[in-house]
Design a protein around this ligand. Structure first.
Ligand SMILES: Nc1ncnc2c1ncn2[C@@H]1O[C@H](COP(=O)(O)OP(=O)(O)OP(=O)(O)O)[C@@H](O)[C@H]1O
Length: 350
């Protein structure tokens, strides 16, 4: 059946309007995307700096960042991990950032790497360490993060410094619920949903108000597994990995829930999952705690540095940890549920 010229004209106009609207929308989205970032190509090094615009990065021009970065030395190091070294980068007396220098990833994955970083820059939550920008160059990559003045939960719980005061019960509870809210946000509120894959006490950092912030989200997927240290099997860290991960190698939100359960045990007992005493006794933190809870002797497992603590609340947190550590992933609660359960602990205000 032949179309009348009028219908053919209508169809042509509709198709053109459709294509034009797509082009205009893409252009506007690109303009908006550009407005939220400062991008500088550094021709001598072949590198590129991208700074996500926000009130916190107003003082950080890409040029200033490049200059300061080139001057970073060993005395600026604040930590190091499987993915690289972390430096303190001070812009002025009041402004500083944490800069992570990454061991170089795979060249083929560079485009995907940039896309992932751009997406990570859009994630903002009071319990997540913000990514402020990045630098990509042929020799190395840098990630610019918000600086967390109180360092990591791992150092606060297990650090050797004698001046350091042990964390009290109320602070531990606040850290637990803050970290849980951060993970829950990644799992349930981000689109697409994000599985962290490496929840552990050294990836829970503390801001100026001792509020917990989850860091390193997305890094486990970004980095080539062969570039990371020996304790990382595909992704994740020994002692925190859910048992099913060893069989399937698949990261899931329930795997993060398990790792968070291990962090809860660390907060309760003050012991690392890889504590030497467990190896000597042929057990591990999770098994030891399960036995203690079964015998209703939780008070014997509590961190001796804790001083006084409300035993009823301690028992409740042990029970929440136990649920997170169920061997069957389907029996573990979601992180939203974990947040709700923790919020019922009296020492947790707001
Ligand atoms: N944004 C930050 N602010 C302050 N200190 C930080 C920041 N990021 C990392 N650190 C410090 O640097 C240390 C090393 O961090 P990094 O994330 O590189 O390794 P990790 O978490 O210890 O181990 P892994 O690389 O296996 O995850 C942290 O334990 C923390 O003390």
């Amino acid at each position: 059946m032949a179309w009348s010229p009028v219908i053919a004209l209508y169809v042509t106009i509709c198709c053109l309007a459709f294509v034009m609207s797509k082009v205009v929308i893409s252009f506007l989205l690109y303009k908006r995307w550009k407005r939220t970032r400062t991008i500088i190509e550094d021709s001598p090094s072949g590198g590129k700096v991208v700074v996500f615009r926000s009130p916190a990065t107003q003082s950080l021009s890409s040029k200033a960042f490049m200059k300061k970065t080139m001057k970073l030395s060993n005395k600026n190091i604040i930590g190091s991990g499987g993915y690289g070294t972390v430096y303190r980068l001070s812009v002025d007396d009041n402004t500083a950032f944490a800069v992570k220098r990454l061991n170089k990833g795979n060249k083929d994955t560079e485009r995907g790497f940039e896309r992932e970083l751009d997406a990570m820059g859009d994630i903002k939550h009071r319990n997540i360490v913000s990514l402020y920008g990045y630098y990509i160059a042929p020799q190395f990559n840098l990630l610019i993060y918000e600086l967390m003045p109180h360092g990591s939960l791992d150092t606060l719980l297990h650090g050797k410094s004698r001046e350091q005061k042990p964390l009290d019960w109320a602070t531990r509870c606040r850290i637990a619920v803050g970290a849980a809210r951060g993970i829950s946000y990644l799992h349930h509120d981000c689109i697409p949903h994000i599985i962290h894959r490496d929840i552990k006490s050294s990836n829970i950092l503390l801001d100026q108000n001792m509020e917990a912030r989850v860091s390193d989200f997305g890094l486990a997927t970004l980095m080539d597994p062969h570039q990371t240290h020996v304790s990382t099997i595909v992704a994740g860290t020994f002692g925190y990995l859910a048992p099913e991960y060893f069989d399937t190698g698949r990261a899931t939100t329930k795997g993060d829930v398990y790792s968070f359960g291990v962090v809860l045990l660390e907060l309760l007992t003050g012991k690392r999952p890889t504590d030497e005493s467990f190896i000597e006794e042929g057990t591990k933190l999770v098994t030891w705690v399960k036995d203690v809870v079964k015998e209703k002797k939780e008070e014997h497992a509590v961190d001796s540095a804790l001083g006084s603590f409300p035993i009823k609340e301690v028992k409740k947190v042990f029970r929440i940890a136990e649920e997170c550590l169920e061997s069957d992933p389907s029996k573990r609660p979601t992180m939203t549920r974990v947040v709700k359960m923790l919020e019922q602990i009296n020492s947790i205000v707001n």
